[in-house]
Design a protein around this ligand. Sequence first.
Ligand code: TTP
Ligand code: MG
Length: 363
Amino acid sequence: MLVSQAPARKIVHVDMDAFYASVEQRDRPELRGKPVIVGGQPDSRGVVCTASYEARVFGVHSAMPTAQAYRLCPHGVFLRPDFPRYKAASRQIQAIFREVTELVEPLSLDEAYLDVTHNALGQPSATLVAEHLRARIEAETALSASAGVAPNKFLAKIASDMDKPGGLTVIPPARVPAILAELPVRRIPGVGRKSAERCARHGIRLAADFLRHDVDQLVRWFGSAGERYLAYARGIDPRPVRPGRERKSVSIEDTFAEDVASQAEAAAILDQLAGKLEARLRRADARGKTVVLKVKYADFQQVTRSRTLPTPATTRRALFETALSLLEHTQVGERPVRLMGIGVSNLDGADDESGRLQLELFA
Ligand code: TTP
Ligand code: MG
């Protein structure tokens, strides 16, 4: 039998340290060394976007209500986000990446995957490429980045997080089993809170716990995702770094612990989802005119309804009101519902050429 094996890849994941807060500390030297919290104001319903490492000591973290952050760290400096400055820094970083390789896949303003198997530096050591990237980012933006080096995207992302801030972590193949033996399932790509709870019900808490079950069993429990989880648990991730990947949509959804029966309850959930989607759109620097509502009934039948607006829906309110108007075209209130989601597609600046990739709206 002929066995063809793909050559080993060298993937780097770069993620900026306390990104928004670091830009603030860079531009306002009096804030350096201080707990800086970027997000909504403490007296509002806002949440924390990010906190400087000085603030994290007090337990402050992203997505925490700002009011709670204020209780934990009342002497912190609370700032509203200033996106144009974060975007400018992001553009500089992305330009540095593209000088090293064309195979750059940005995930958000502050992180990207790079396939450096072949690179413009002619450098065979991915570790030295990562060191070069960190040094150039530091020299040209005065910001600190962490990097992870591994044979695939999943492991590179785990690696970049292992020695933050300012770290460079390499996961050579020999270390993979030991790392997966200690990795909580929640850190596996695609495993959210709900999936992690489902894993826990089957006694699966760490990535390596998947290895105790065969693939058929995992597919019975988790559907097709079960196969992917098992591959990750073996340290395998064949996903290529996709440079041409234009984001087609941004969405958020939630599966409910108990089915939702009434329209009023559904509306309250949509309001929550709209708030989260607003934040997600801003972080992705994305805006689009088409709002999509997804509803999955208790019997798993799924419907989507969409509406295209004259101008992009960017605020919680616009997203909520559009989603609410779409709710009327579903049977929510008449049939129990197990999942709802809101998404925005038809994004500004989306490149039609990349339409070939056809990313699924709620992938
Ligand atoms: P992250 O890379 O998750 O966080 P970070 O860069 O602030 O800190 P570190 O990587 O060192 O742990 O996110 C990048 C930016 O995205 C962050 O600075 C602010 C924004 N963000 C939000 O607005 N809300 C969120 O819930 C998260 C996680 C990030
Ligand atoms: Mg970061």
